[in-house]
Design a protein around this ligand. Sequence first.
Ligand SMILES: [Zn+2]
Ligand SMILES: [Zn+2]
Length: 179
Amino acid sequence: METPPFFFYSPNAYALGIIEQRPITCQCCGKARDFHYRGNFYCTTAIDALCPWCIADGSAAEKYEGSFVSDFEGLNPDPRELGLPMSEASMAQVSGHTPGYASWQGDVWLGHCGDACIFLGYVGSKELAPVWSEVRADAVASGWGEENIQHHLHKDGDMTGYLFQCQHCGKHRLHVDAN
Ligand SMILES: [Zn+2]
Ligand SMILES: [Zn+2]
């Protein structure tokens, strides 16, 4: 079996089940593949089967003029306007070459130190405890309630945390979404 591509901006995509091992015929490249992308893909064509190779090399994003992210922090019409703008290069890498994640209101990608962050995974209060001092400001700004997030967030619940990490300074950042 061919080893599937690694994603710098989503290093846990396989472990998180965003890409699962399952035989498919990829709609984009037409090849029989052993891995299937289960996350979001924002485009106007209905895509049933997409392989990670077509995500990594950018061919899916190019062919279908799509993006794997719905919003970048600071560039979406978000009144909170958190954080610094991200470099064009890092945003292109995320939107066109990186799997998205499972979300309710859309895949928002955070940035820090001038570049897009690395998505680590889904988190709840328990997982946030060791990095709470780093993500507290994001929790407060999220509008979902600091107390709620610090004590009542579950990674498989109706309100979930999305943990990111800066590729430069290592700081953790948090996005919160609920159904
Ligand atoms: Zn493919
Ligand atoms: Zn940073």
